[in-house]
Design a binder for this molecule. Structure first.
Ligand SMILES: [Zn+2]
Length: 98
């Protein structure tokens, strides 16, 4: 017995309904739900979401954390280069007697 009432919906206007659609999570968990798609792939589910697990975890599907770390390292290097240039400039000024 499905959880929805098949007689309550109009005929010919609804997409095909899969009452036992499989959901696959990136964490390896799978479960069954009702959907218009027979198979669904998700990145996060109730078994692995930090809200439900209570564990701190980075969800990084698009490599955003890596990109941020790269940008952060590049910015730090530029700051150091600028500081070195400034030190040289100050030293020249001091040598010129200002
Ligand atoms: Zn999951």
């Amino acid at each position: 017995m499905p959880w929805y009432n098949a007689e309550a919906v109009k005929t010919k206007i609804h997409p095909k309904w899969y009452p036992e659609a499989r959901v696959h999570c990136a964490c390896g968990n799978t479960f069954v739900t009702g959907s218009t798609l027979p198979e669904i792939a998700v990145e996060i589910c109730a078994a692995c979401h930090p809200l439900f697990t209570g564990q701190q975890k980075l969800v990084d599907t698009a490599g955003r954390v890596d990109k941020f770390n790269q940008r952060s390292a590049a910015a730090k290097q530029k700051q150091e280069e600028a500081a070195a240039r400034k030190a040289v400039r100050e030293a020249k000024k001091a040598a010129a007697g200002f």
